[in-house]
Design a protein around this ligand. Structure first.
Ligand code: SF4
Length: 495
C-alpha cells in the first residue's frame, strides 16, 4: 500500500528538554511550509523523531521505537522516517547502520535542511545523513507551528561554553551562539501581534547571553526591553547559571512589570566538593547569596531548581549539604534526578560511582525534604489573590470537580472553580483566591474575582493553529508553534 492522494502528512515525536520542544515547533513549521499537513491519526507519511541524548537508555528507546515502525515501513515503502536531535548528532551514520529502514538522519545544527533531505531520500531511494559541526541557521528564524495560542518560546542563544562533567550538551549543541537583541525582540513582537501573552526566553545559559558580542549586561537589558512591548503580559526565561548570574538581572526582573517573579536556577548539588567534580564553577555560598538577593528584591519570587543525587564521589556528608540547601532555599519546586552515567560524558568514567541502592535511598530522602519545603511554600499562599493564565490541556474543565487549571504569574499550577462564569477559554486570564495548597499545586474553590477574555482565547476558540513565518529563508507564511507556560525540565539540565 502507498500513500493516499493529497498532501503528505507528518508527525513529530519529541523527547527531552524545552530546546527540543522549541526545535520541534520549527520542524513542524518547516514541514508545513513545504506542504505537509499534520497527521490526525497514527498513520503519518513522515515520522520525525526529535531525540534527546541525555536521558538514560535514550539509545535503547530510540532503536526500540524505530523497530516498532519497521513493519509499517515494510508495508508502506513510501512512508519516511527521519531522526534528528542530540542522539542523531551523536550517533550519525550509526543510525542507518543499525536501522537501515530509516530515511533521513539530521543533526541539531541543520534542522532547516529536513524538507530537502526528505525529498532527496525519496528521489534517490536511499538514506540521507547530514550532520553539521556548527549552526547553519538559528532555529528561531525558521518557520514554526506553535502548540499554544497564548505562549511561545524564543531562543536567545544555542550551545554552551561550559563543560559540566555530567552533560553532553556542549559536545552536541556546540559552543554558545547568541542572537542579536533586535532580532529577538522582533520575534517577540511578532508573537505578541499573533495574540501571545507569555514568552519564555530560552538558552542553555541565559546569563552568559551577550558574551559573544561583548556585552556582559545584555541579558538584563533584554529583559527590560521586553518590558516595553505592549500586550506582552508575562516574560519568563530558562535556564540561568549561578556562575554568570549578575545583580543587574535581578534588578531587571524586579523593575520590569511583565517579567514574572519566577526563577528556575539549577543547583545540581549543595556540596562544594561535588560542584567542583561536576565542574560547576559556583559554590553553595554563591548560590544561596543569589537567592537572598532575589528574595530581597522580589519577596514573592517562586524559585525552582534541578538537583542530581548520587553524582560520582558524593558522600553522605555531601548529600546532607544538598538537603540543607533545599531547606534554606525554600524551593517552590525541584526537578530531581538520580545520577546515572551518560556515555560520552567525563563523569561516566569517574571512579567512585555511587551504588544504585544508595542513590535510590538518598533520592527518596531528598524527595521528602523537597515535598515538605514546597508544601510549606504553597501553604503560605492560601488566602492570597492569584492571576491565572488558563492553560491548554490543563485548561480543560474537569467535569467531576468543575475546575479548570492554569499557571499563576509565579509559575505555580492552579486549579480553580469557574463558579458562575461561563465561556472561559485556554489563553484567558482569571483572577481568583487560593483556598487550599498541596505540595505541587494550589486550588482556588471560591467564585473567581474576574475573567478577562483575550485574543489568545479567541484564537483557541476559533481553532486557529498558531503559525509564524520564517524570517531568514523567504519561506511562505507558516505558523509558529505553541508554548507551555512552564518548562517541565530546564533547558540546561538533565544534565
Ligand atoms: S549542564 Fe547546562 S551549563 Fe552545564 S554544560 Fe550542560 S548545558 Fe552547559
Amino acid at each position: 500500500m502507498t500513500t493516499t492522494a493529497g498532501p503528505r502528512t507528518y508527525q513529530v515525536r519529541t523527547y527531552g528538554c524545552q530546546m527540543n520542544v522549541h526545535d520541534s515547533e520549527r520542524i513542524s513549521g518547516l514541514l508545513e511550509a513545504a506542504g505537509y499537513v499534520r497527521a490526525e491519526a497514527d498513520d503519518a507519511d513522515v515520522v520525525v523523531f526529535n531525540t534527546c541524548a541525555v536521558r538514560e537508555n535514550a539509545d535503547n528507546r530510540l532503536y526500540g521505537n524505530l523497530g516498532h515502525l519497521r513493519p509499517t515501513k515494510m508495508r508502506r515503502p513510501d512512508m519516511q522516517i527521519a531522526v534528528g536531535g542530540c542522539l542523531a548528532q551523536k550517533d550519525r551514520g550509526e543510525i542507518v547502520k543499525k536501522a537501515p529502514w530509516v530515511d533521513v538522519v539530521f543533526g541539531t545544527h541543520n534542522i532547516g535542511s529536513l524538507p530537502t533531505m526528505l525529498e532527496r531520500a525519496r528521489h534517490n531511494a536511499e538514506a540521507e545523513v547530514e550532520i553539521l559541526e556548527s549552526l547553519e541557521v538559528f532555529p528561531s528564524t525558521l518557520p514554526a507551528r506553535r502548540e499554544s495560542t497564548y505562549a511561545g518560546w524564543v531562543s536567545i542563544s544555542v550551545g554552551c561554553n561550559n563543560t559540566c562533567t555530567f552533560c553532553i550538551v556542549p559536545s552536541l549543541r556546540g559552543r554558545e551562539k547568541d542572537r542579536r537583541p533586535g532580532e529577538i525582540l522582533a520575534e517577540v513582537e511578532a508573537l505578541v501581534a499573533e495574540g501571545v501573552l507569555e514568552v519564555t526566553l530560552l538558552g542553555q545559559n541565559v546569563n552568559s547571553y551577550g558574551v559573544e558580542f561583548g556585552d556582559r549586561l545584555a541579558f538584563g537589558k533584554l529583559l527590560r526591553s521586553c518590558g516595553s512591548i505592549s500586550g506582552l503580559e508575562r516574560v519568563r526565561f530558562t535556564s540561568p547559571h549561578p556562575k554568570d548570574f549578575t545583580d543587574d538581572v535581578i534588578a531587571a526582573m524586579a523593575e520590569t512589570p511583565n517579567v514574572c517573579h519566577s526563577l528556575h536556577m539549577p543547583l545540581q548539588s549543595g556540596s562544594d566538593a561535588v560542584l567542583k567534580a561536576m565542574r560547576r564553577s559556583y559554590r553553595q555560598e554563591r548560590y544561596l547569596g543569589i537567592i537572598d538577593k532575589v528574595r530581597a528584591a522580589m519577596p514573592d519570587a517562586a524559585i525552582t531548581t534541578d538537583i542530581i543525587v548520587g553524582f560520582p564521589g558524593e558522600t553522605e556528608s555531601d548529600f546532607a549539604q544538598t538537603l540543607d540547601v533545599v531547606r534554606q532555599a525554600r524551593f517552590s519546586s525541584a526537578f530531581t534526578f538520580q545520577y546515572s552515567p551518560r556515555p560520552g560524558t567525563p563523569a561516566a568514567t569517574m571512579d567512585d560511582q555511587v551504588p544504585k541502592a544508595v542513590v535510590q535511598e538518598r533520592y527518596e530522602r531528598l524527595m521528602e525534604v523537597v515535598e515538605e519545603t514546597t508544601w510549606a511554600e504553597n501553604q503560605a499562599l492560601v488566602g492570597s489573590r492569584v492571576e491565572v493564565l488558563v492553560a491548554v490541556g490543563e485548561g480543560r474543565k474537569d467535569e467531576r470537580t468543575g475546575r479548570m487549571s492554569g499557571r499563576a504569574r509565579d509559575g505555580r499550577l492552579v486549579h480553580f472553580a469557574t463558579g458562575s462564569l461561563d465561556g472561559i477559554r485556554p489563553g484567558d486570564v482569571v483572577e481568583t483566591v487560593v483556598s487550599y495548597a498541596a505540595p505541587h499545586h494550589l486550588n482556588a474553590d471560591g467564585e473567581p474575582l474576574s475573567h478577562r477574555r483575550t485574543r489568545a482565547g479567541d484564537a483557541f476558540e476559533a481553532g486557529r493553529a498558531p503559525r509564524t513565518p520564517g524570517v531568514s529563508l523567504g519561506m511562505p507564511s507558516v505558523g509558529r508553534p505553541p508554548i507551555q507556560p512552564l518548562p517541565t525540565e530546564s533547558a540546561c539540565s538533565v544534565q
